[in-house]
Design a protein around this ligand. Structure first.
Ligand SMILES: *[C@@H]1O[C@H](CO)[C@@H](O)[C@H](O)[C@H]1NC(C)=O
Ligand SMILES: *[C@@H]1O[C@H](CO)[C@@H](O)[C@H](O)[C@H]1NC(C)=O
Ligand SMILES: *[C@@H]1O[C@H](CO)[C@@H](O)[C@H](O)[C@H]1NC(C)=O
Length: 414
């Protein structure tokens, strides 16, 4: 057995944002209309510009609604969000949140002259963690919410201490975030789909961009390749243009969805996009199996921790590749569920707007900095959520995911 450690501190961080631009357009259908008022998005198109004039800002309206999130109808409430920096400096086009979450009246800007009028300010951790001066000197009015936004794992989220007492809400891939923004999700289909597995001509693929010899995943790979052939793509390996990624990986029976560090809920596009969206079977290395099972069906992936050694895993993969019926079981869940990956920055900020429009914030405990600390210390696979449901958040999106997970548990018919 391997010990699980935070291995790759200092690894370049671009990795987790890779794959985000791949899906320009997603087609999604409304789901669970009754209880959750959760709308999956229809189509994504660009329509917004950054001129504040366009928002037709009205101070009186703003004041009237500030702090009164129960105003009816909630989802009509105008919300102005200032994005403090482009995440990693990557510009993107804001989208019309109406079509994603049924949230009209979401207004976004990156123009800081709006900082005194914005309902919320989204701050991307990696862009400010080494220089918080601009932030700390920023005057803020009492009802304004500052949102700490981060999709990197704790191993790659330096200087959290500098964030102390700055934020009101957290926004990350962790399920206990106020605003939960995962790297991917499952969409429940309207009707069952027939089994369809891409043609398989090869065995095991791995796409890796940040190679570090001392990382757990590279060490594991060195063991594994003694027993089974692994085709490695990426820098200093086989070339793979981005637009060929899904097709190339789809030809393999298995894909090594190895995370760069192991932390609670830290499951990235390596699983959602590279493996699941391409139609292969993920072999995962990351948080423990129970955590993966919060997000995806138990029989949708193979976990390295299920095996005593890399040799045992290799033996299992070889057996499975010769047993069509057993191999197909890893696709059974797709009868009812579809993986959705490539959730963009623009969708994430819509998620924040939807949260602000629909969640009663007055009941929030002020646990934000504790949450940040818990993020930092995140003893990865600790399942207990110290904040329970008492802290604000856990809006419809979370509940929706819980519903999917409950469906999965029920009879495991997928
Ligand atoms: C909040 O909004 C509702 C609906 O518009 C209104 O009835 C209520 O008085 C407002 N509450 C406060 C504290 O402003
Ligand atoms: C956003 O989409 C909604 C619903 O499709 C539409 O009514 C609205 O006009 C759109 N807003 C803008 C600014 O295009
Ligand atoms: C947000 O957090 C700041 C800093 O802790 C605090 O001063 C402010 O009152 C909070 N705002 C809200 C609306 O809770």
């Amino acid at each position: 057995m391997h010990t699980l450690t935070r291995t790759e501190t200092g690894e370049p961080f671009m990795e987790s944002v890779e794959g985000k631009v791949v899906w320009k357009k997603l087609l999604i259908i409304p789901l669970f209309i009754f209880i959750f008022a959760f709308c999956f998005f229809a189509s994504v198109h660009q329509f917004w510009t950054y001129e504040p004039e366009q928002y037709n800002f009205s101070p009186s309206l703003q004041t009237a609604h500030a702090g009164n999130t129960s105003a009816a109808p909630k989802d009509k409430r105008k919300v102005i969000i200032l994005l403090w920096t482009w995440p990693f400096g990557q510009r993107f086009n804001f989208i019309n949140c109406s079509e994603l979450y049924g949230s009209p009246n979401c207004h976004f800007t990156v123009d800081r002259s709006w900082s005194q009028k914005a309902d919320a300010v989204i701050v991307h951790h990696r862009d400010v963690c080494w220089n918080t001066k601009g932030l700390t000197q920023q005057p803020r009015f009492p009802s304004q919410r500052w949102i700490w936004f981060n999709l990197e794992s704790p191993s790659h989220s330096p200087n959290l201490g500098a964030m102390k007492n700055l934020f009101n809400l957290t926004m990350s891939y962790r399920k206990d975030s106020d605003i939960f923004v995962p790297y991917g999700k499952l969409q429940l289909l309207d009707e069952p789909q027939p089994l369809s597995i891409p043609l398989k001509t090869k065995l095991v693929a791995w796409v890796v961009s940040n190679w570090r010899e001392d990382s757990r995943r590279v060490k594991f790979y060195h063991e594994l390749k003694k027993h089974i052939t692994v085709d490695v793509y990426g820098q200093q390996h086989l070339p793979l243009p981005r637009d060929k990624l899904l097709f190339t990986v789809s030809q393999y029976k298995f894909y090594l969805a190895f995370e760069n560090s192991q932390h609670e809920d830290y499951i990235t596009e390596k699983l959602w996009l590279n493996a699941l969206s391409s139609g292969t079977v993920p072999v995962v290395l990351g948080p423990p199996r129970e955590i993966y099972e919060r997000f995806v069906p138990p029989e949708s992936f193979i976990h390295v921790d299920d095996f005593a050694s890399a040799a045992d895993l290799a033996r299992y993969l070889l057996e499975l590749s010769d047993d069509a019926e057993r191999y197909q079981r890893y696709f059974k869940w797709r009868e009812w569920l579809k993986p959705v990956a490539g959730i963009s920055w623009a969708m994430h900020v819509c998620r924040a707007c939807h949260f602000l429009q629909t969640t009663e914030l007055s009941t929030c405990l002020d646990g934000t900095f504790l949450k940040l600390l818990s993020f930092l210390k995140s003893p990865c696979w600790t399942l207990a959520n110290p904040f329970g449901n008492s802290v604000c958040g856990f809006a419809s999106f979370n509940q929706d995911q819980k519903h999917v997970v409950a469906l999965l548990a029920e009879g495991r018919r997928f």
